[in-house]
Design a binder for this molecule. Structure first.
Ligand SMILES: [Zn+2]
Ligand SMILES: [Zn+2]
Length: 341
């Protein structure tokens, strides 16, 4: 991944964290916003380098959403640009089925060209819904491992550096079986697939039988893998909150993130899924809410954006789009909260 100094990035793309409307309207407010952000971020940025976390371009706020690839995979860049995203996430295929259409050379070339010209980075791939890496059913399990290998390869072909995966459900067979299955699945997939894609394990809400809801469980999986250096973490705020990790105010967030640092280490963290939560703290309910309208609330997202590590990482919104434009509204909400810090 390209590494640029903060100053160079700042001079090249001073407005990359604004939406297109603001880009046409570079006024004193924007200028103050950038100045303020720059000073706030500069010390965080230095700390990230000291911690050994990839600076990810060193931008001020890296914000994006999950976008559709309908039509052709490269269309994702157009949609991300329309929304003023600095980063985004996609499914590289239809997420609801087992079958995938092969990527064709033309769309791969176009995807890579747009990646180069748009300056939007990084892009995250997300595994489809059906695979279950913890499944005790052999047929589902084998198909899941194959899908993981295929998705890692598709991401590599598209030049996508990260693939996010959920850890699945042990289907009532118990956590030990689940661990065994997941570890075996990841070992096999990582060995067989392209090497330049990092697999990011996403924490889950702790819904019945689901795997990977606690930092300890994630650590156990990572430590048991053959090639742990190729594994990172995706931190989902809704899932963490539903699993019992409080994020609603500065003190609560500090406590949660200190635990994270102690158990998993920030150096593995590559992306934050910024979602508010329909369920209460510890509800184990995996339902995402619009930013500020769930139990994490405005104050929670303010402290998340202010957090020296979380606020400096790419933040991807996976909030519901019930009506056209909901994603624009949630992106704006995050930018407004960032400005109010
Ligand atoms: Zn997520
Ligand atoms: Zn979720």
């Amino acid at each position: 991944m390209k590494e640029k100094s903060l100053v160079i990035k700042f001079q090249e793309t001073p407005l990359s964290c604004h939406d297109s409307m603001l880009q046409n309207n570079f006024d004193i407010i924007d200028y103050m916003y950038i100045q303020k952000s720059l000073f706030v971020r500069i010390h965080y940025y230095v700390r990230l380098i000291v911690l050994g976390i990839a600076p990810l371009g060193g931008d001020l706020l890296k914000l994006g959403v999950h976008v559709s690839i309908a039509g052709s995979v490269d269309r994702a860049f157009d949609r991300a640009e329309e929304r003023g995203c600095d980063t985004f996430q996609i499914f590289t295929r239809n997420p609801r089925g087992w079958k995938s259409k092969d990527l064709i050379d033309k769309e791969v070339e176009s995807f890579r060209a747009k990646s180069e010209s748009s300056g939007i980075e990084p892009v995250f791939g997300h595994m489809p819904y059906l695979p279950n890496l913890a499944s005790s059913k052999d047929e589902t399990y084998e198909k899941s491992v194959e899908t993981l290998i295929d998705e890692l390869s598709r991401c590599a072909r598209l030049g996508i550096p990260y693939l996010v995966t959920h850890l699945g459900s042990h289907l009532g067979q118990g956590k030990e079986i689940g661990f065994e299955r997941i570890i075996n699945a990841i070992n096999r997939a990582v060995k067989e697939a392209e090497i330049d894609v990092m697999l990011l394990l996403e924490n889950t809400a702790g819904t019945k039988n689901s795997m990977g809801a606690t930092f300890e469980d994630l650590r156990f999986i990572i430590e048991s893998l053959d090639e742990a250096n190729r594994i990172g973490i995706c931190f989902d705020t809704c899932h963490a909150f539903a699993a019992g990790y409080d994020l609603r105010n500065e003190e609560a967030l500090q406590t949660t993130m200190e635990k994270f640092e102690e158990i998993l280490g920030f150096q593995r963290l590559r992306v934050v899924h910024a979602n508010d939560s329909v369920g209460k703290l510890g509800s184990r309910l995996d339902r995402h809410e619009h930013i500020g309208f769930g139990y994490i609330g405005d104050e929670g997202f303010k402290v998340i954006l202010k957090h020296e590590v979380l606020g400096s990482l790419p933040l991807i919104l996976e909030t519901p789009v019930d009506q056209a434009g909901d994603d624009y509204t949630d992106l704006k909400k995050m930018r407004d909260l960032f400005q109010s810090i």
